[in-house]
Design a protein around this ligand. Structure first.
Ligand SMILES: [Zn+2]
Ligand SMILES: [Zn+2]
Length: 357
């Protein structure tokens, strides 16, 4: 039900790194082309924890006080002039990239690489919850073109998973996973768990997951054929053993540390494909480039989720990803800090922690 729109709202705002306060602020007014959304669910992801702790000073966020949150599932409550893509009452998820739509990258469909990103120009690219206020608030305005409708059978909490699923799907597409491929997923975080399930859906009969801790058990529950605990065995040797000495056809790296990058490239078969989705803060990673040249490896960088939203929504709504297993905790906005701690410390097996503003 669409509720009357109040003048004021609650927002969890970062006043300094590590200092979140629940403030009362004005409900934003949608400018032309924008929709006003009542945020129902917003996920806390690894990037949020990094921003919260000050990993990107001056960039993410560019100002204080700042409202984080980019994994938004919401209900449209009002639209400004020029909007016919959505209407009040629509249930939506929001692409966090708000591209300029006019630069060369945008015009070739690669809008997450928008040339105006980070420049904060009027009309230029913004990244929701990173350099413009995001979804840890009761209301949020979004350009209508970033909103994607979700079906009624998908709850707002479950729909939060779509954001990560879109990026995992981009990795699957970039690495061209074929039916029959043996796939290795490095890193059983939410991205890795989504990549695992999407690889299975894409026709991989065999997905090996590398990592550590309890999340390997979750990977097994979600269909991993084998899991490899990197703290207990040599991942390279074990992968080779399990693939007749050949290595997998495709590797999806979802851990973001230099060691994971090395293992991903080292373990793939001759002529294999590697998709790297993690970032590690500009650290150098020693790679044996002869293997890339002599084995003709295809290595792909994977950033966010250009044009994968409709497909990811359809896959999530069809139950191809076990959203209930991955959304482990929900907290009201007032308990944001508790939610952040639960996520960062992986309390009670936390995978995705969702805030309900
Ligand atoms: Zn995220
Ligand atoms: Zn652009």
């Amino acid at each position: 039900m669409t509720e009357t729109i109040p003048q004021r709202m609650k927002a969890a705002r970062l006043h300094a790194f590590g200092d979140i306060r629940i403030d009362e602020v004005d409900v934003p007014k949608p400018e032309p082309g924008y929709a006003l959304c009542r945020v129902r669910s917003c996920g806390i992801c690894g990037t949020d924890a990094h921003i919260y702790n000050g990993a990107f000073p001056g960039v993410w966020p560019p100002y204080f006080p700042f409202t984080q949150g980019h994994e938004v599932a919401a209900e449209v409550v009002a639209v400004a002039e020029g909007v016919d893509r959505v209407k009040p009452g629509d249930r939506v998820v929001a692409d966090d990239h708000r591209p300029c739509l006019t630069c060369r990258m945008c015009r070739t469909g690669r809008y997450v690489l928008c040339e105006t990103a980070g420049q904060l120009k009027p009309g230029g690219h913004r990244l929701c919850g990173h350099d413009v206020d995001g979804g840890f608030a009761e209301y949020l305005t979004c350009p209508a073109h970033v909103l994607h409708k979700i079906p009624d059978n998908l709850s707002f909490d479950e729909a939060v998973i779509v954001n990560t699923a879109t990026t995992a799907l981009n990795a699957i597409n970039r690495a061209r996973i074929m039916p029959g491929d043996t796939v290795v997923v490095v890193g059983p975080g939410l991205m890795g768990l989504c990549a695992l399930q999407l690889a299975l859906t894409s026709g991989s009969p065999r997905v090996l997951v590398l990592g550590r801790g309890d999340r390997l058990k979750v990977a097994k529950e979600l269909g991993a054929t084998e899991t490899i605990d990197i703290t207990a065995e040599d991942p390279l040797e074990r992968v080779r053993e399990l693939t007749d000495g050949r290595g997998p056809d495709t590797v999806i790296e979802c851990a973001g540390n230099p060691e994971a990058m090395k293992v991903a490239v080292a373990c793939v078969r001759r002529g294999g494909r590697v998709a790297l989705t993690g970032v590690n803060g500009n650290q150098e990673v020693p790679l044996v480039t002869d293997k890339i040249v002599l084995d003709e490896l295809d290595i792909y960088g994977v950033r966010s989720h250009p044009n994968t939203w409709e497909a990811a929504i359809a896959l999530v709504a069809a139950g191809k990803l076990d959203t209930k297993r991955m959304v482990t905790h929900t907290f009201p906005l007032e308990r944001f800090v508790e939610g952040m701690e639960t996520f960062v410390q992986r309390k009670e097996g936390a995978i995705r922690v969702v805030i309900n503003p």
